[in-house]
Design a protein around this ligand. Structure first.
Ligand code: APR
Length: 321
Protein backbone atom coordinates (compact mmCIF):
# COMPACT_ATOMS: atom_id res chain seq x y z
CA UNK A 1 0.00 0.00 0.00
CA UNK A 2 1.54 3.29 -1.03
CA UNK A 3 1.56 6.26 1.28
CA UNK A 4 -1.00 8.97 0.77
CA UNK A 5 0.12 12.36 -0.55
CA UNK A 6 -1.33 15.34 1.28
CA UNK A 7 -0.68 18.84 -0.05
CA UNK A 8 -1.11 21.90 2.10
CA UNK A 9 -1.78 25.10 0.18
CA UNK A 10 -0.68 27.82 2.58
CA UNK A 11 2.20 27.39 4.95
CA UNK A 12 1.23 29.93 7.58
CA UNK A 13 0.05 29.32 11.14
CA UNK A 14 -2.58 26.69 10.36
CA UNK A 15 -0.46 25.12 7.61
CA UNK A 16 2.41 24.56 10.02
CA UNK A 17 0.26 22.82 12.63
CA UNK A 18 -1.39 20.73 9.90
CA UNK A 19 1.99 19.52 8.65
CA UNK A 20 3.11 18.58 12.14
CA UNK A 21 -0.11 16.74 12.99
CA UNK A 22 -0.09 14.80 9.71
CA UNK A 23 3.47 13.67 10.42
CA UNK A 24 2.77 12.80 14.07
CA UNK A 25 -0.27 10.77 13.04
CA UNK A 26 1.58 9.38 9.98
CA UNK A 27 -1.39 10.08 7.76
CA UNK A 28 0.85 10.34 4.69
CA UNK A 29 3.58 12.43 3.10
CA UNK A 30 3.21 16.21 3.20
CA UNK A 31 3.94 18.80 0.53
CA UNK A 32 3.53 22.34 1.83
CA UNK A 33 3.07 25.05 -0.83
CA UNK A 34 3.28 28.77 -0.16
CA UNK A 35 3.90 31.82 -2.33
CA UNK A 36 6.43 33.18 0.17
CA UNK A 37 9.88 32.04 -0.87
CA UNK A 38 11.65 29.70 1.55
CA UNK A 39 8.82 29.79 4.12
CA UNK A 40 7.39 26.32 3.37
CA UNK A 41 10.89 24.91 2.91
CA UNK A 42 11.99 26.26 6.29
CA UNK A 43 8.88 25.18 8.18
CA UNK A 44 8.87 21.67 6.77
CA UNK A 45 12.62 21.25 7.32
CA UNK A 46 12.08 22.15 10.96
CA UNK A 47 9.24 19.60 11.27
CA UNK A 48 11.16 16.92 9.35
CA UNK A 49 14.20 17.26 11.57
CA UNK A 50 12.08 16.18 14.54
CA UNK A 51 11.19 12.89 12.81
CA UNK A 52 13.74 10.91 14.83
CA UNK A 53 12.47 12.31 18.11
CA UNK A 54 8.78 12.00 17.22
CA UNK A 55 9.29 8.69 15.47
CA UNK A 56 7.60 9.28 12.13
CA UNK A 57 8.47 8.26 8.59
CA UNK A 58 6.25 10.73 6.77
CA UNK A 59 8.17 12.87 4.29
CA UNK A 60 7.51 16.55 4.94
CA UNK A 61 8.69 18.94 2.24
CA UNK A 62 8.05 22.54 1.19
CA UNK A 63 7.77 24.17 -2.21
CA UNK A 64 6.97 27.35 -4.12
CA UNK A 65 6.08 25.39 -7.22
CA UNK A 66 2.59 24.03 -7.79
CA UNK A 67 3.84 21.15 -9.90
CA UNK A 68 5.05 19.51 -6.69
CA UNK A 69 1.45 18.90 -5.58
CA UNK A 70 0.91 16.58 -8.56
CA UNK A 71 -0.82 13.35 -7.68
CA UNK A 72 -2.12 14.54 -4.30
CA UNK A 73 -4.81 12.40 -2.71
CA UNK A 74 -5.86 15.19 -0.39
CA UNK A 75 -5.38 18.96 -0.54
CA UNK A 76 -5.97 21.20 2.47
CA UNK A 77 -6.24 24.92 1.70
CA UNK A 78 -5.40 27.62 4.23
CA UNK A 79 -4.04 30.18 1.76
CA UNK A 80 -5.35 33.64 2.53
CA UNK A 81 -5.22 36.34 5.13
CA UNK A 82 -6.46 35.76 8.67
CA UNK A 83 -8.53 38.30 10.64
CA UNK A 84 -7.19 41.09 12.81
CA UNK A 85 -9.10 42.53 15.79
CA UNK A 86 -12.23 44.41 14.69
CA UNK A 87 -12.61 42.40 11.47
CA UNK A 88 -15.36 39.91 10.69
CA UNK A 89 -14.56 36.86 8.58
CA UNK A 90 -16.57 38.47 5.78
CA UNK A 91 -14.15 41.42 5.69
CA UNK A 92 -11.60 39.02 4.18
CA UNK A 93 -13.77 38.34 1.13
CA UNK A 94 -12.09 40.43 -1.57
CA UNK A 95 -8.50 39.54 -0.70
CA UNK A 96 -9.07 35.89 -0.08
CA UNK A 97 -11.32 35.33 -3.11
CA UNK A 98 -8.44 36.43 -5.36
CA UNK A 99 -6.10 34.03 -3.60
CA UNK A 100 -8.63 31.17 -3.59
CA UNK A 101 -9.26 31.53 -7.33
CA UNK A 102 -5.56 31.12 -8.07
CA UNK A 103 -5.29 28.17 -5.68
CA UNK A 104 -8.30 26.43 -7.23
CA UNK A 105 -6.90 26.90 -10.75
CA UNK A 106 -3.63 25.30 -9.67
CA UNK A 107 -5.30 22.39 -7.87
CA UNK A 108 -7.48 21.77 -10.92
CA UNK A 109 -4.38 21.59 -13.08
CA UNK A 110 -2.00 19.66 -10.84
CA UNK A 111 -4.17 17.60 -8.50
CA UNK A 112 -7.36 17.00 -10.51
CA UNK A 113 -8.28 13.81 -8.66
CA UNK A 114 -7.80 15.06 -5.14
CA UNK A 115 -10.32 15.64 -2.39
CA UNK A 116 -10.09 19.19 -1.01
CA UNK A 117 -10.69 20.48 2.50
CA UNK A 118 -10.97 24.26 2.58
CA UNK A 119 -10.22 26.25 5.75
CA UNK A 120 -9.67 29.80 4.44
CA UNK A 121 -12.25 32.41 5.42
CA UNK A 122 -14.91 33.53 4.81
CA UNK A 123 -15.34 29.79 4.71
CA UNK A 124 -18.70 29.26 3.05
CA UNK A 125 -17.80 31.58 0.16
CA UNK A 126 -14.29 30.19 -0.24
CA UNK A 127 -15.54 26.60 -0.52
CA UNK A 128 -18.10 27.70 -3.11
CA UNK A 129 -15.47 29.52 -5.15
CA UNK A 130 -13.07 26.57 -4.98
CA UNK A 131 -15.78 24.20 -6.24
CA UNK A 132 -16.86 26.57 -9.01
CA UNK A 133 -13.32 27.14 -10.30
CA UNK A 134 -12.15 23.51 -10.11
CA UNK A 135 -15.43 22.06 -11.33
CA UNK A 136 -14.82 19.20 -8.90
CA UNK A 137 -17.89 17.16 -7.97
CA UNK A 138 -19.50 18.30 -4.71
CA UNK A 139 -18.38 15.24 -2.74
CA UNK A 140 -14.72 16.14 -3.35
CA UNK A 141 -14.89 19.69 -1.95
CA UNK A 142 -15.69 20.25 1.71
CA UNK A 143 -15.11 23.05 4.19
CA UNK A 144 -13.90 22.88 7.75
CA UNK A 145 -15.93 24.91 10.21
CA UNK A 146 -18.47 22.74 11.99
CA UNK A 147 -15.94 20.40 13.57
CA UNK A 148 -14.26 23.36 15.22
CA UNK A 149 -17.45 25.22 16.12
CA UNK A 150 -18.84 22.00 17.63
CA UNK A 151 -15.61 21.40 19.53
CA UNK A 152 -15.74 24.92 20.95
CA UNK A 153 -19.36 24.41 22.07
CA UNK A 154 -18.47 21.03 23.63
CA UNK A 155 -15.50 22.58 25.44
CA UNK A 156 -17.62 25.30 27.06
CA UNK A 157 -20.22 22.71 28.12
CA UNK A 158 -17.53 20.48 29.64
CA UNK A 159 -16.06 23.41 31.59
CA UNK A 160 -19.51 24.43 32.82
CA UNK A 161 -20.52 20.95 33.95
CA UNK A 162 -17.11 19.82 35.19
CA UNK A 163 -17.11 16.71 32.98
CA UNK A 164 -14.63 15.31 30.49
CA UNK A 165 -15.08 16.92 27.11
CA UNK A 166 -14.70 13.43 25.63
CA UNK A 167 -18.22 12.65 26.89
CA UNK A 168 -19.82 15.77 25.42
CA UNK A 169 -21.63 15.71 22.08
CA UNK A 170 -22.58 19.11 20.73
CA UNK A 171 -23.38 19.92 17.13
CA UNK A 172 -23.09 23.32 15.47
CA UNK A 173 -24.66 23.82 12.04
CA UNK A 174 -25.13 26.68 9.57
CA UNK A 175 -22.66 29.16 8.13
CA UNK A 176 -19.26 29.80 9.70
CA UNK A 177 -20.10 33.27 10.92
CA UNK A 178 -21.95 35.00 13.71
CA UNK A 179 -25.18 33.35 12.54
CA UNK A 180 -23.99 29.78 13.16
CA UNK A 181 -26.50 27.50 14.89
CA UNK A 182 -25.46 25.51 17.98
CA UNK A 183 -28.10 22.79 18.39
CA UNK A 184 -28.96 23.05 22.09
CA UNK A 185 -31.74 20.46 22.06
CA UNK A 186 -29.43 17.56 21.24
CA UNK A 187 -26.35 18.63 23.22
CA UNK A 188 -25.67 15.82 25.66
CA UNK A 189 -23.17 14.27 28.02
CA UNK A 190 -23.04 10.59 27.17
CA UNK A 191 -26.67 10.73 26.15
CA UNK A 192 -27.94 12.86 29.05
CA UNK A 193 -29.35 16.18 27.81
CA UNK A 194 -27.15 19.13 28.77
CA UNK A 195 -30.21 21.24 29.56
CA UNK A 196 -31.36 18.71 32.14
CA UNK A 197 -27.91 18.68 33.75
CA UNK A 198 -27.89 22.48 33.87
CA UNK A 199 -31.37 22.59 35.39
CA UNK A 200 -30.32 20.12 38.07
CA UNK A 201 -27.13 22.07 38.73
CA UNK A 202 -28.88 25.42 39.16
CA UNK A 203 -32.27 24.09 40.37
CA UNK A 204 -33.73 26.90 38.30
CA UNK A 205 -34.88 26.67 34.68
CA UNK A 206 -34.41 30.37 33.95
CA UNK A 207 -30.84 30.37 35.25
CA UNK A 208 -30.06 27.18 33.30
CA UNK A 209 -31.40 28.78 30.12
CA UNK A 210 -29.26 31.88 30.74
CA UNK A 211 -26.12 29.79 31.22
CA UNK A 212 -26.82 27.90 28.01
CA UNK A 213 -27.47 31.14 26.14
CA UNK A 214 -24.10 32.48 27.29
CA UNK A 215 -22.36 29.31 26.06
CA UNK A 216 -24.14 29.56 22.72
CA UNK A 217 -23.08 33.21 22.35
CA UNK A 218 -19.49 32.42 23.33
CA UNK A 219 -19.42 29.62 20.73
CA UNK A 220 -20.62 31.98 18.00
CA UNK A 221 -17.99 34.57 18.89
CA UNK A 222 -15.24 32.10 19.81
CA UNK A 223 -13.08 32.82 16.78
CA UNK A 224 -13.24 36.55 17.50
CA UNK A 225 -12.37 35.97 21.15
CA UNK A 226 -9.09 34.35 20.07
CA UNK A 227 -8.41 37.08 17.48
CA UNK A 228 -8.86 39.77 20.14
CA UNK A 229 -6.36 38.04 22.40
CA UNK A 230 -3.78 37.20 19.73
CA UNK A 231 -4.10 40.58 17.95
CA UNK A 232 -1.83 39.51 15.07
CA UNK A 233 -3.91 36.70 13.57
CA UNK A 234 -6.61 34.16 14.21
CA UNK A 235 -6.93 30.71 15.80
CA UNK A 236 -4.67 28.08 14.33
CA UNK A 237 -4.20 25.09 16.64
CA UNK A 238 -7.91 24.25 16.81
CA UNK A 239 -8.74 24.82 13.11
CA UNK A 240 -5.80 22.61 12.16
CA UNK A 241 -6.83 19.85 14.59
CA UNK A 242 -10.39 20.01 13.26
CA UNK A 243 -9.32 19.67 9.63
CA UNK A 244 -7.14 16.72 10.64
CA UNK A 245 -10.19 14.95 12.05
CA UNK A 246 -11.83 15.37 8.64
CA UNK A 247 -8.66 14.28 6.82
CA UNK A 248 -8.46 11.12 8.94
CA UNK A 249 -12.11 10.34 8.27
CA UNK A 250 -11.44 10.58 4.53
CA UNK A 251 -8.04 8.88 4.39
CA UNK A 252 -9.09 6.03 6.69
CA UNK A 253 -12.62 5.76 5.24
CA UNK A 254 -14.06 6.12 8.71
CA UNK A 255 -17.61 7.16 7.68
CA UNK A 256 -17.65 9.68 10.51
CA UNK A 257 -20.83 11.68 10.92
CA UNK A 258 -19.60 15.19 11.68
CA UNK A 259 -20.56 18.76 10.99
CA UNK A 260 -19.03 19.81 7.68
CA UNK A 261 -19.51 22.61 5.21
CA UNK A 262 -21.09 20.56 2.43
CA UNK A 263 -22.88 21.27 -0.84
CA UNK A 264 -26.64 21.01 -0.42
CA UNK A 265 -28.91 19.60 -3.06
CA UNK A 266 -32.28 20.07 -1.41
CA UNK A 267 -31.25 18.88 2.04
CA UNK A 268 -32.52 21.12 4.85
CA UNK A 269 -34.52 22.91 2.14
CA UNK A 270 -31.41 24.42 0.55
CA UNK A 271 -30.20 23.93 -3.02
CA UNK A 272 -26.93 25.02 -4.54
CA UNK A 273 -25.14 26.36 -1.48
CA UNK A 274 -22.41 25.21 0.89
CA UNK A 275 -23.65 25.20 4.50
CA UNK A 276 -22.57 23.49 7.70
CA UNK A 277 -24.63 20.29 8.10
CA UNK A 278 -24.15 16.79 9.51
CA UNK A 279 -22.35 14.75 6.86
CA UNK A 280 -20.71 11.36 6.55
CA UNK A 281 -17.05 11.61 5.58
CA UNK A 282 -15.27 8.64 4.06
CA UNK A 283 -12.94 7.69 1.22
CA UNK A 284 -15.13 9.50 -1.33
CA UNK A 285 -15.15 12.73 0.67
CA UNK A 286 -18.65 13.88 1.58
CA UNK A 287 -20.51 10.61 1.09
CA UNK A 288 -23.86 11.75 2.44
CA UNK A 289 -25.52 14.79 3.95
CA UNK A 290 -27.58 13.57 6.90
CA UNK A 291 -30.88 15.32 7.53
CA UNK A 292 -32.83 15.47 10.76
CA UNK A 293 -35.87 17.49 11.79
CA UNK A 294 -35.23 20.92 13.18
CA UNK A 295 -37.82 22.44 15.50
CA UNK A 296 -39.37 25.79 14.63
CA UNK A 297 -36.80 27.88 16.45
CA UNK A 298 -33.83 25.92 15.06
CA UNK A 299 -35.28 26.14 11.55
CA UNK A 300 -35.61 29.92 11.88
CA UNK A 301 -31.99 30.20 13.03
CA UNK A 302 -30.86 27.92 10.21
CA UNK A 303 -32.81 29.98 7.64
CA UNK A 304 -31.18 33.13 8.98
CA UNK A 305 -27.73 31.54 8.71
CA UNK A 306 -28.39 30.22 5.20
CA UNK A 307 -29.49 33.72 4.18
CA UNK A 308 -26.19 35.11 5.47
CA UNK A 309 -24.31 32.52 3.40
CA UNK A 310 -26.39 33.40 0.32
CA UNK A 311 -25.64 37.09 0.79
CA UNK A 312 -21.93 36.38 1.11
CA UNK A 313 -21.92 34.32 -2.08
CA UNK A 314 -23.89 37.05 -3.87
CA UNK A 315 -21.39 39.68 -2.67
CA UNK A 316 -18.62 37.51 -4.05
CA UNK A 317 -20.45 37.30 -7.38
CA UNK A 318 -20.73 41.10 -7.49
CA UNK A 319 -16.97 41.29 -6.98
CA UNK A 320 -16.60 39.26 -10.17
CA UNK A 321 -15.84 35.82 -8.70
N1 APR B 1 -1.10 30.87 -2.53
C1 APR B 1 -0.64 30.14 -1.48
N2 APR B 1 -0.48 30.64 -0.26
C2 APR B 1 -0.77 31.93 -0.10
C3 APR B 1 -1.24 32.75 -1.12
C4 APR B 1 -1.41 32.16 -2.39
N3 APR B 1 -1.83 32.86 -3.45
N4 APR B 1 -1.42 33.99 -0.62
C5 APR B 1 -1.09 33.94 0.68
N5 APR B 1 -0.69 32.69 1.00
C6 APR B 1 -0.19 32.20 2.26
C7 APR B 1 0.56 33.24 3.08
O1 APR B 1 1.86 33.44 2.56
C8 APR B 1 0.55 32.62 4.47
O2 APR B 1 1.73 31.86 4.70
O3 APR B 1 -1.24 31.79 3.12
C9 APR B 1 -0.67 31.70 4.43
C10 APR B 1 -1.73 32.07 5.45
O4 APR B 1 -1.17 31.90 6.70
P1 APR B 1 -1.47 32.85 7.93
O5 APR B 1 -1.43 34.26 7.47
O6 APR B 1 -0.59 32.44 9.04
O7 APR B 1 -3.00 32.52 8.28
P2 APR B 1 -3.59 31.25 9.07
O8 APR B 1 -3.73 31.61 10.50
O9 APR B 1 -2.86 30.03 8.69
O10 APR B 1 -5.08 31.23 8.47
C11 APR B 1 -5.29 30.94 7.11
O11 APR B 1 -7.53 30.15 7.47
O12 APR B 1 -8.91 30.19 9.36
C12 APR B 1 -8.58 30.80 8.14
O13 APR B 1 -9.21 33.09 8.51
C13 APR B 1 -8.12 32.22 8.35
O14 APR B 1 -8.24 32.84 6.04
C14 APR B 1 -7.36 32.47 7.08
C15 APR B 1 -6.76 31.10 6.76
Amino acid sequence: MSRKKISLIGGGQIGGVLAQLIALKQLGDVVMFDVVENLPQGKTLDIAEAARVNGFDSKVTGTNSYKDISGSDLVIVTAGLPRKPGMSRDDLLTTNAKIMKSVAEAVKEYAPNSIAIIISNPLDAMVTLFKNVTGFPANRVVGQAGVLDSSRFATFIAWELGVSVKDVNALVLGGHGDTMVPIVRYANVNGIPVMELLERKYKDKTKAAEVMKAMVERTKMAGGEVVNLLKTGSAFYSPAASAIQMAEAILHDEKRLISACAYLNGEFGVTGYYVGVPAILGENGVEKVVEFSLDKEEQALMDNSVNAVKKLVEDMGRLGF
